[in-house]
Write a protein that binds this ligand. Structure first.
Ligand code: ADP
Length: 780
């Protein structure tokens, strides 16, 4: 299917602007989103790094405190027996860093001094356990900032033994500073870690263990303050997947079956988004995490980005996990993008409408031009009618079109005239139906039908039954044939069978599909009849030639043998007479002579019979048109003349009809013409020409056959039987011809005046003369 120019324009304009808008919107869509997501990941990473730094900074004083305590212990300050002094020292340590929840020292005897921050009667509370053998006492003292006692009381229920605590046991086993995993402090129920260091005495034995509780709930507060996008969250996971810090600190605590508390694991925390993001991190060792990992995930129909930081350090095998909704970063862009798409769609729509209007406006004159051209082509509009709104190009096309139309009309007119006025029959035949679409008057004359009748008929309606027809082959789309020539019989309206010579060409379109055939038709019935006559003449000629040849030979032989036979007969007669006059004669000799006489007479009779056989048959003399006979004879000999390069010219006047044996006369003509052709069949002759001249003279028609050959051999006895100069000649042709002409009442002679060339002439009596002669014979 072909698309119109208007459609192309519309599609082109609308398509281009749509493409341009799409490319701009889509590219900004992709690039802005990618940039913002990268930005989001960087933000998460920054938050993670911040948290790591904060955590490190937060925990740094702990190790400092532990080291200091160890050094003090080594200076025998810690290991003194004075619990009050130890309490003061621990108090000072506690106040050195706000994150210290408590500082404590337990010794091998089970003595324990513990200073911690308090909400009770004073901001600080000390717990001092002293043992003396099986006796133990526990005193609780509340103090203010200045270490002044605010309140104190004994705790008789207390059973606390430092040596049973894990921090004591690990430090005494490792004999070095230990960091516990985060846990929920027993007394404060807040999350924290404990750093503990063994105190070694002078005798290198373990005196006790000094430790610091560091509350890490502050890290959760820090996380709560941390700004990560609009709704981003950072949390800290321990190596075992426990969540040890979370902006909502209440979420990190879980209750054990025995009522004690522990950290909630990432797989169970009441933060479903964190669960969805980092569930895979539960129950795993973080040691393997050594590089930052970013990911994207979907939760509750919303998209999120997440980052997991590498672990902080060997001592602190924690990792920071951060997540935030994508929309925090690209929400504005998405909103902006939706706005852009709508803006682009509206622009596309508006420009599309304008484009269509423009395309229509541009195309309108082209459309009008096409309609106008179609109307002009169908003859419904005068080509000189003005063009409406147009373009330069259309004006030029219009001029060309007008010129073409004028030329086409002229050609059609000329073709129509040629068709109608042709002296030959012409017909236009429809390709599919073989119906006569158009015929000229000559064709009507040939077939005897009117034009109306013929245009309702097909070629088969006129065809003689059984005649070949090539039209179906020519009509086939597969055929490459464009033309055919054939001679065939057809039936006229009056029933007469006529011969037609048909030349037809098939007009095809560019694809080779037949459109119609144009046939030129000639009535060759007369020509066919003439050919039949010539054929018959030829047949008769060869028949008569054989007869004449035989007769002429017989006559010749009879003539030659007659004389010796007559001599034999006379001599036998004389011998018989002489013998019978002898007195004594052998009767057997008489018998022999008589037999000889008889045989000689018999031979004479045979010769007489032979001569009678050789006499010409005079029965078929009749009146005929010599001119017609001459034409036919020339056509018979024409191919022979052509073969030898001989031209034949005829100089002829109106001739009266002649009387004679037609076929014999033809043979004379053919003999003379053939002799002339053969005479010129030698080298050195520039122009091989035979001139046949006919004229009527004194009751005769005289015919002369002259050639441009070398002339007759002077040594030759013309018209004598068996006289020939040809190796394959019989020398009978001329004598037969002369005897034929004479038998027909004419004469044949050689024109001796013409020395260079040969000229043989003969005459035939006109019918008038022949009839007069018969009358004369009848009268006498
Ligand atoms: P054939 O043709 O068999 O020889 P013809 O009787 O027709 O017998 O001719 C006898 C001879 O007459 C030829 O051999 C030829 O020499 C001579 N002759 C006949 N016609 C011509 C001619 N037109 N020009 C020259 N010689 C001719």
């Amino acid at each position: 299917m072909k698309i119109s120019l208007g459609m192309w324009l519309a599609i082109g304009l609308a398509g281009l602007q749509f493409l341009a808008v799409t490319v701009v919107v889509f590219s900004s869509y992709l690039t802005s989103e990618r940039a913002m997501l990268d930005h989001a990941r960087n933000l998460l990473s920054d938050a993670g790094t911040n948290t790591i730094e904060h955590s490190r900074g937060f925990l740094n004083p702990a190790s400092g405190a532990a080291e200091l305590a160890t050094r003090l212990a080594e200076n025998k300050i810690v290991a003194s027996d004075n619990p009050k002094l130890l309490e003061k020292l621990l108090f000072q340590q506690l106040r050195s860093a706000p994150q210290f929840g408590g500082v404590f020292y337990g010794d091998e005897e089970g003595n324990f001094v513990y200073v911690k921050r308090s909400d009770g009667a004073g901001p600080f509370r000390s717990k001092i356990v002293t043992r003396d053998g099986e006796n133990r006492s526990t005193e609780l003292i509340w103090r203010n900032d200045k270490f002044a006692v605010m309140d104190s009381r004994p705790d008789r229920e207390d059973t606390y033994d430092p040596r049973a605590r894990p921090w004591y046991q690990r430090a005494s086993e490792d004999l070095g500073i230990i960091w516990t995993d985060p846990y929920i402090f027993f007394t404060s129920q807040t999350p924290g870690i404990t750093i503990a260091s063994p105190v070694i005495g002078n005798d290198n034995t373990l005196q006790g263990v000094i430790g610091v509780d560091i509350e890490i709930s502050e890290i959760s507060s820090f996380l709560a303050r941390l700004k990560i996008g609009e709704n981003g969250t950072a949390l800290i996971l321990n190596r075992n997947g426990d969540v040890i810090a979370h902006p909502s600190p209440e979420l990190i605590k879980a209750e054990n079956p025995d009522g004690t508390h522990r950290f909630a694991n990432i797989g169970e925390i009441a933060d479903p988004i964190a669960r969805a993001a980092f569930e895979n991190l539960s129950d795993m060792s973080f040691v393997s995490i050594d590089e930052e990992t970013s990911a994207e995930f979907e939760f509750g129909g919303e998209r999120y980005v997440s980052t997991v930081m590498p672990i902080i350090s060997e001592k602190l095998p924690w990792t920071i996990a951060v997540y935030a909704p994508e929309n925090d970063f690209i929400g504005a862009i998405k909103k902006n993008r939706t706005q852009n798409i709508w803006t682009a769609a509206i622009i596309a729509l508006l420009t599309g409408i304008v484009g269509l209007w423009l395309a229509n406006y541009i195309h309108k004159p082209v459309r009008a031009f096409a309609v106008r051209s179609a109307l002009i082509s169908q003859g419904e509009l005068d080509p000189s009618a003005p063009i409406p709104r147009s373009y330069k190009e259309l004006d030029r096309a219009n001029e060309a079109l007008m010129h073409e139309i004028a030329e086409r009309k002229k050609t059609e007119h000329e073709y129509g005239q040629t068709f109608d006025m042709s002296s030959r029959g012409m017909a236009q035949i429809e390709a599919g139906t073989a119906r006569y679409a158009k015929v000229n008057s000559k064709f009507c004359d040939i077939m005897g039908y009117t034009e109306d009748e013929l245009t309702k008929m097909t070629i088969l309606d006129l065809s003689y039954p059984g005649e070949p027809t090539i039209f179906p082959t020519l009509n086939s789309e597969d055929s490459d044939d464009f033309a055919f020539n054939l001679e065939k019989r057809c039936i006229r309206k009056d029933g007469e069978v006529i011969w037609l010579k048909i030349n037809a060409i098939m007009i095809r379109d560019e694809a080779g599909k037949p459109l119609h055939a144009v046939a030129t038709v000639d009535d060759i019935t007369n020509q066919k009849a003439a050919e039949t006559q010539i054929h018959k003449l030829n047949k008769d000629l060869s028949h008569i030639a054989r007869g004449n040849m035989l007769g002429e030979m017989a006559a010749g032989l009879a003539h030659e043998l007659n004389q010796p036979l007559t001599a034999i007969t006379q001599n036998v007669d004389a011998a018989l007479t002489t013998a019978t006059e002898q007195p004594k004669i052998d009767p057997e000799l008489i018998d022999i002579l008589k037999d000889l006489d008889q045989q000689a007479h018999r031979a004479g009779d045979i010769i007489k019979a032979l001569r009678a056989f050789a006499r010409k048959d005079e029965a078929s003399k009749a009146e005929f048109d010599f001119q017609e006979l001459l034409d036919q004879s020339l056509r018979l000999i024409q191919s022979e003349a052509n073969e030898h390069g001989v031209n034949i010219s005829v100089v002829s006047n109106d001739l009266p009809s002649v009387t004679g044996v037609r076929v014999q006369t033809a043979q004379v003509l053919v003999n003379l013409l053939r002799n002339a052709i053969e005479a010129m069949d030698c080298s050195g002759i520039d122009e091989k020409l035979i001139t046949v001249t006919t004229k009527a003279i004194d009751g005769f028609v005289e015919v002369c056959v002259e050639d441009t050959g070398p002339g007759v051999d002077p040594n030759l006895n013309l018209f004598t039987q068996f006289e020939t100069t040809k190796s394959d000649g019989m020398g009978l042709g001329l004598s037969i011809s002369r005897s034929i002409v004479e038998a027909n009442g004419g004469a044949l002679w050689y024109h001796r005046n013409k020395v260079e060339h040969s000229c043989f002439c003969f005459t035939l009596p006109t019918t008038e003369l022949a009839e007069n002669r018969i009358e004369d014979v009848v009268k006498t």
